[in-house]
Design a protein around this ligand. Structure first.
Ligand SMILES: Cc1cc2nc3c(=O)[nH]c(=O)nc-3n(C[C@H](O)[C@H](O)[C@H](O)COP(=O)(O)OP(=O)(O)OC[C@H]3O[C@@H](n4cnc5c(N)ncnc54)[C@H](O)[C@@H]3O)c2cc1C
Length: 395
């Protein structure tokens, strides 16, 4: 920690990709920022194997990263643009196809390694003048008059005018702010790995909906695909334990061999899944963003994209207040951010949840209806364009 003695305008607890992006965005907008993160991020090196955790980044997120001056570095390092998305229903056989050409774009989005994005953001923090406090942990905080005082490890304290809570889905600081959550445990696990398929991925993001949960094949730059396979907990544990050739065969079956046989796989990792929405995004001198505010089903690949939209909104609201010589920590200012983002995030989270429930249905009449619905959506260009625009963050 450096020795500057000024009180930061904003302290951010949690330097994951959303907290780090927020720190960078606020600093570039003239705020004094301190970022407290428990773990040093791992360096990203081109010669290292691809991170098993990847995200599908929407154009709105790439635009924000560009404004933060990091997108070119990320894009030139190792990302995989995808220009089509094909989604199909295992039970009804109905299919939806999105093509960037129909949106007047070269790509629908990019598959990006989490580690690369995080590392690039962290590399930019010093240049922007962000005070990094890492490794350290915010254990508690207390509002005292015109500041919030953060208690950290080694009995260190840090005062700030505003606290941004970005400590992830298991946020302890959200609880300390007295903010409840609602949602449900999906009792599902997302199994991830990178696999080599017999046929080319054709720069397409593939997703097959099976009643047990969706399986996605996301295109990687070296020709492999990254799988995100959502399964009931016990089934996920079984799949994690089998040998590689059994695992490859199982993925082939689960993807209906759309890209042919699965030739090889990396080791696997897995993540438990829950729907979780904070009941409030702001309390006195503190706001929530990223997974601390909302955890969504990965089937739409939107969790981090929503978090980056939180960042853009927060920075805009705080900057507007400061530029108008108003107190950017005032509750009505924080509430403006909270109102806008909480309703947007809630709508998206519940839509993804509804999709997860819809595709879990097996009753034949409902499967038939679902198939008809998908075919109608696929045929209705304006509706499809609206869905694509929404996923891209344009509406
Ligand atoms: C399988 C899977 C697939 C996904 N695919 C996509 C996708 O395709 N597209 C997409 O947009 N999103 C996707 N997501 C979601 C995305 O990964 C998350 O939304 C995103 O990583 C959340 O980032 P975050 O910074 O909010 O939280 P985190 O990454 O959890 O970061 C929180 C940080 O806070 C730190 N921390 C915790 N407590 C403290 C404390 N007290 N003090 C200091 N630091 C603390 C932690 O060390 C951590 O670094 C996916 C998620 C999963 C599980």
């Amino acid at each position: 920690m450096n020795t500057r003695r000024t009180i930061p305008d904003v302290a951010i607890a949690g330097g994951g990709m959303i907290g780090a992006a927020c720190a960078l965005a606020l600093a570039r907008n003239g705020f004094e920022v301190a970022l407290i993160e428990a773990r040093e991020p791992q360096p990203w090196r081109a010669e290292d194997p691809e991170d098993l955790r990847v995200i599908a980044l929407a154009p709105s997120s790439a635009k924000l990263l560009d404004e933060l001056g990091v997108w070119n570095t990320v894009r030139d390092a190792r990302v995989s643009p995808y220009s089509r998305m094909r989604v199909w229903d295992a039970e009804s056989g109905a299919e939806l196809m999105f093509d960037a050409v129909n949106e007047g774009r070269a790509e629908l989005g990019w598959i990006v390694e989490n580690k690369l994005l995080l590392w690039t953001l962290w590399q930019a923090l010093d240049r922007a003048g962000v005070r990094r406090v890492c490794p350290n942990e915010v254990r508690d905080f207390e509002v005292r008059g015109d500041r919030v005082s953060l208690d950290m490890n080694e009995d260190e304290t840090l005062p700030a005018r505003l606290l941004v809570i970005a400590d992830g889905v298991k946020s302890t600081l959200r609880d300390k702010a007295g903010i409840q959550t609602r949602g449900r445990d999906y009792a599902q696990r997302a199994v991830v790995a990178h696999v080599m398929t017999q046929r080319s991925h054709e720069a397409t993001a593939w997703q097959r909906f099976v009643p047990d949960g969706p399986i996605a094949l996301l295109p990687l730059r070296d020709g492999r695909s990254s799988i995100v396979w959502t399964l009931p907990e016990a089934e996920a544990q079984r799949v994690l334990a089998v040998d590689d050739s059994t695992f490859c065969e199982a993925i082939g079956v689960a993807t209906d061999f759309r890209l042919g046989r699965i030739m090889e796989t990396t080791p696997r990792a897995s993540f438990s899944l829950r729907l979780q929405l904070a009941q409030a995004y702001a309390s006195e001198r503190c706001v929530l963003l990223g997974d601390a505010a909302h955890a969504v089903h990965p089937l739409a690949g939107q969790g981090a994209n929503l978090g980056l939209r939180d960042v853009a909104e927060l920075v805009s609201v705080l900057s507007d207040a400061r530029d108008a010589n108003r107190d950017f920590t005032a509750m009505h200012v924080l509430n403006r951010y909270a109102r806008r983002r909480r309703s947007a995030d809630t709508l998206d989270a519940l839509s993804f949840d509804a999709l997860a429930r819809l595709f879990a249905l097996r009753a034949p009449p409902l499967v038939t209806l679902r198939g008809i619905g998908m075919r109608v959506v696929d045929a209705l260009t304006p509706l499809k364009r609206r869905l694509a625009d929404h996923a891209a963050g344009r509406i």
